[in-house]
Design a protein around this ligand. Structure first.
Ligand code: MEV
Length: 415
């Protein structure tokens, strides 16, 4: 499957769906899910509490991604204009240099057990019983163990607080293709009684940490040899390294891509966001998750980000998410999915830095916004497309009242 679908963005929705039908092998049921959003009211009622309706968002495909020598069409869900176009454009530029090189560690998640008033020397006791604790964890999750996952490590630390002495027992588990929250929470809740029998005290909280420091993805790519872009991006990088206000926005742009992919694949976007920002601040200094340098006259971008994207269980059972994972992305395991996500985050960030240091972000953004405004003013999709074309190089004239006026003209002229 090739991901450089030339002119995909210029096509009508039905034409894009036809292309996907061919390249991704979609069937009529898949296409019906796309058109309806995939969830019925009854299904929604079973998913959450107090449901009164459904809430739909655009589901798009970012093109041009080539990662580790393989082409990917990247499903993205979200409301913000420009994001998909920006990711596709950066992927196209990276493609000229062979695309992204990405990797992800084993899918290891961490849980915590917080014990109030443990016996003295409890850290040493936990260390001495590490093998028993690891065995207990594996016995809690036999099917995970059978799939090649299971317990990996146990460690502990003590602290004193206003309410007395506390012990934290950390444990890590390879969760394979799951996001891992349910597995880790189940283990934490079972393990705490054993921990208390070893160190005394009372278990206060048994829970997963979303800071998945042992589940790290990296991606890198060359983007351009254009000196003006390189200078702008390197300056923007230094800006983010020296100013937390900028660093947060820089990372927000990265998450525009990663969270759109997370949402499209039914993953927990809040978990992914929390982990990324926690990692950015882990050195006690909030820093950008990407870095840029010059190599042989080319701009090299790199990203390192903890990602807990799963491809089985939970929200990934959403019918559209299943199509996204199995037929569009065609990833074989959660590590591959995370490597795609890291590449998308890097692409998104490069595009944002290029735009803000070159033409500014509003130009492309406003032009795409003109389509939304046109539809709000009652334009047909064909009229909205014409209005979008009309505003090329006239972005500063885009306003709701101007668009209503233009639409009136078009109707008067029978267009
Ligand atoms: C907008 O959603 C994201 C950006 O602000 C990111 C950035 O400034 O790097 C464009």
């Amino acid at each position: 499957m090739r991901s450089d679908l030339s002119g995909f963005y210029k096509k009508r929705i039905d034409e894009r769906i036809d292309i996907l039908r061919d390249v991704a092998g979609l069937d009529d049921d898949d296409i019906l899910h796309f058109k309806t959003g995939g969830v019925t009211l009854d299904a929604a009622d079973a998913m959450r509490e107090n449901v009164v309706g459904l809430y739909s968002l655009p589901f798009s495909i970012a093109t041009n991604f080539r990662i580790n020598g393989k082409d990917y069409l990247v499903p993205m869900a979200g409301e913000e204009p420009s994001v998909v176009a920006a990711a596709s454009k950066a992927a196209k530029m990276a493609r000229e240099y062979g695309g992204f090189a990405a990797s992800s560690t084993q899918p290891i998640m961490i849980g915590e057990i917080n014990i109030a008033d443990p016996d003295p020397e409890s850290t040493t006791v936990i260390e001495a019983h590490k093998d028993d604790l690891l065995k207990f964890i594996d016995e809690c999750i036999p099917s995970m163990k059978n799939r090649g996952g299971g317990a990996r490590d146990v460690w502990a630390r003590e602290y004193a607080c206003g309410m007395g002495n506390r012990l934290i027992v950390y444990f890590s588990v390879d969760v394979r293709d799951a996001m891992g929250a349910n597995v880790i929470n189940k283990v934490a809740e079972s393990l705490s009684a054993l921990v208390c029998s070893l160190v005394g005290g009372r278990a206060n909280a048994n829970i997963l940490t979303n800071l998945c420091l042992k589940r790290i993805s990296k991606a890198k790519a060359y983007f351009t040899e254009d000196e003006s872009i390189i200078e702008g991006v390197l300056n923007a990088q230094l800006f983010a390294e020296n100013d937390i206000f900028r660093a947060v926005t820089h990372n927000k742009g990265i998450m525009n891509g990663i969270s759109s992919l997370a949402l499209a694949t039914g993953n927990d976007t809040r978990a992914v966001e929390a982990s990324a920002h926690g990692y950015a601040a882990y050195s006690s200094f909030y820093r950008p998750l990407t870095k840029y340098s010059m190599e042989d006259g080319k701009l090299l971008g790199e990203i390192e980000v903890p990602l807990s994207l799963g491809m089985i269980g939970g929200g990934t059972n959403h019918p559209v998410a299943r199509i996204a994972i199995e037929k569009i992305l065609r990833v074989e395991n959660s590590q591959e999915l995370c490597s795609v996500a890291a590449s998308v985050g890097l692409a998104q960030n490069f595009s944002a830095l290029r735009a803000i240091t070159q033409e500014g972000i509003s130009k492309g953004h406003m032009r795409l916004h003109s389509k939304t405004l046109a539809l709000m003013a009652g334009a047909t999709p064909e009229q909205a497309a014409k209005i979008y074309d009309y505003y090329k190089d006239r972005e500063s004239e885009i306003s709701f009242s101007n668009i209503k006026e233009l639409l009136k003209h078009m109707r008067d002229e029978g267009r």
